[in-house]
Design a protein around this ligand. Structure first.
Ligand code: MV4
Length: 482
């Protein structure tokens, strides 16, 4: 592999290119007109503008991207996350055009893209699943009887959904028919596939996902878990590895279950198997994400592996150079996603110019970003500015480093979720490890954050005053009357 095109933008495009360059592989960037001056464009050995700002006229134009890649003699295409990364046809077209798609085979993408097909594929492997139906509901009356047996609340999920899209909670049997009708028509509209199924609603779960890695020779390993329960409306905000609640035994069980899920769909490359963990520490398979995920760095920090390097090696038809027994967890890592959103205004996207952009640096701090000072944050794309990642020998050390790194991260011109990250890392429930997916709903409010900010402003003012009073003696500054 001599040349890779990265079919993506922002921090992930840059992150993939950095590894490629370290491996002696040339890089090609594609970009939209909104991203002319973006770091991923400047970093790449070659860059091609593929269209106007809207994603469906640029980053989503699979065939155009393939054409560009062929013209530039590219050997492989890395899709990053989002955009074309879980588009089975795109992967197929890349391979048909004589290039390598750095990702799984289209079969795995298709199977896991349909929640019902995924359930069906893993059925024979004895993977724990939430009680529910495993076929598309055609008879609402019969489904209602099943729901009564399972017990309310139940959740209606769209087979073509995922990541929280197309889900509906039903509290009692009276509202069942109505909710079911809505769910089916919503799924039809959103995905062009009205297949829905029902599951028992696990009320306060943790969201734990397992990173897996597989080569073309039947070797599949798990790279342990990421705890992703701190999320807001299915948008993850803080992730960590390892989880503070898994015992070594449970870790092994979940890891081995994840490997079976990967095998069930002939998985090749880096993938993630999502589980719910209930309050009694029962785990249930939810879905598999067939891409490199945003939060992959926390896994890299605790395993010492470069996941993009592993993806490239596997795509190059190399065998994994290690086995499960070689893998050990070393230390603890956190990630805070820094979005250009205002946590004091319902997390509204806050676009504008990055008047000041100074990320922290130092030992045990990693910042994956795709922005520099004075850049405009485009409105067309995901508002994530960067990922702030910290490492420590222990969870406490990594938490402490995160709080320091947040306070050293200077961004002006747009509002960011950094102060929301600080709120999480100062919260007793988070610090003790005693939290679930309801953390944000349960503990966060704009009023609380405002109160913390005001309290801090008061303390800062008092410190300044104390210092002034001290200095005014020495420096003969004007005295403040008390
Ligand atoms: C669930 C669930 C509880 N019970 N399924 C969310 C993302 C997608 N992967 C599936 N998700 C969930 N599925 C059952 N049977 C809880 C989640 C879930 C969640 C639900 C509501 C609000 C926040 C959530 C965060 C993580 C997972």
């Amino acid at each position: 592999m001599k040349k890779i095109l990265v079919a993506n933008r922002g921090e992930i495009a840059l992150r993939v290119m950095k590894t490629a360059r370290n491996m002696g592989i040339k890089t090609v960037a594609i970009y939209s007109e909104a991203d002319r001056n973006a770091p991923h464009v400047k970093f790449a050995d070659e860059a091609v503008c593929i269209g106007p700002p809207p994603s469906n006229e640029s980053y989503l134009l699979g065939d155009k991207i393939i054409k560009v890649a062929k013209e530039l003699n590219v050997d492989a295409i890395h899709p990053g996350y989002g955009f074309l990364s879980e588009n089975a046809e795109f992967g197929e077209h890349v391979e048909k055009s004589g290039m390598i798609f750095i990702g799984p085979k289209s079969y795995a993408i298709r199977v896991m893209g349909s929640k019902l097909a995924a359930k069906d594929a893993v059925k024979k492997y004895d993977i724990p699943m939430v009680p529910g139906t495993d076929e598309a509901i055609t008879n609402v009356g019969a489904a209602k009887e099943i729901a009564k047996k399972i017990g309310f609340p139940i959740l209606i999920k769209a087979s073509a959904g995922g990541g929280g899209k197309g889900m509906r909670i039903v509290e009692n049997s009276e509202e069942f028919e109505d909710q079911m009708k809505r769910a089916i028509s919503e799924a039809e509209n959103a995905f062009g596939d009205g297949s829905v199924f029902i599951e028992k609603f696990v009320t306060s779960p943790r969201h734990i996902e397992i990173q897996v890695l597989a080569d073309n020779f039947g070797n599949t390993v798990y790279l342990f878990e990421r705890e992703c329960s701190i999320q807001r409306r299915h948008q993850k905000v803080v992730e960590e590895a390892p989880s503070s609640v898994l015992t070594p035994e449970l870790r092994k069980q979940m890891g081995e279950a994840a490997v079976k899920v990967a095998k069930a769909c002939d998985y090749v490359g880096a993938g993630t198997v999502e589980f719910l963990l209930d309050d009694k520490h029962n785990f249930y398979f939810l879905e598999m994400n067939t891409r490199l995920q945003v939060e992959h760095p926390v896994t890299e920090l605790i395993t010492g592996l470069d996941l993009v390097e592993q993806q490239i090696n596997v795509a190059n038809n190399e065998k994994l150079s290690f086995s499960q027994e070689d893998l050990k967890i070393n230390g603890h890592a956190f990630e805070v996603r820094v979005y250009a959103e205002d946590p004091l205004n319902n997390f509204m996207p806050s676009v504008g110019k990055l008047e000041v952009y100074r990320p922290p640096s130092g030992k045990n701090i990693r910042v994956d970003d795709g922005f520099t000072e004075a850049m405009q944050v485009p409105i067309q794309y995901d508002p994530m500015l960067s990922k702030l990642i910290t490492y420590g020998k222990t969870r406490n050390e990594a938490m402490q480093t995160m709080l320091e790194a947040i306070s050293e991260y200077h961004i002006e011109g747009v509002s960011t979720t950094l102060q929301f990250g600080k709120f999480v890392f100062e919260h007793e429930a988070f610090r003790s490890g005693n939290f679930d997916t309801n953390f944000v709903k349960k503990y966060y409010s704009e009023e609380k954050l405002k109160a913390i900010n005001e309290e801090e402003a008061k303390i800062a003012a008092l410190f300044a005053l104390k210092q002034y009073l001290k200095d005014s003696e020495k420096l003969r500054l004007p005295k403040i009357s008390k």
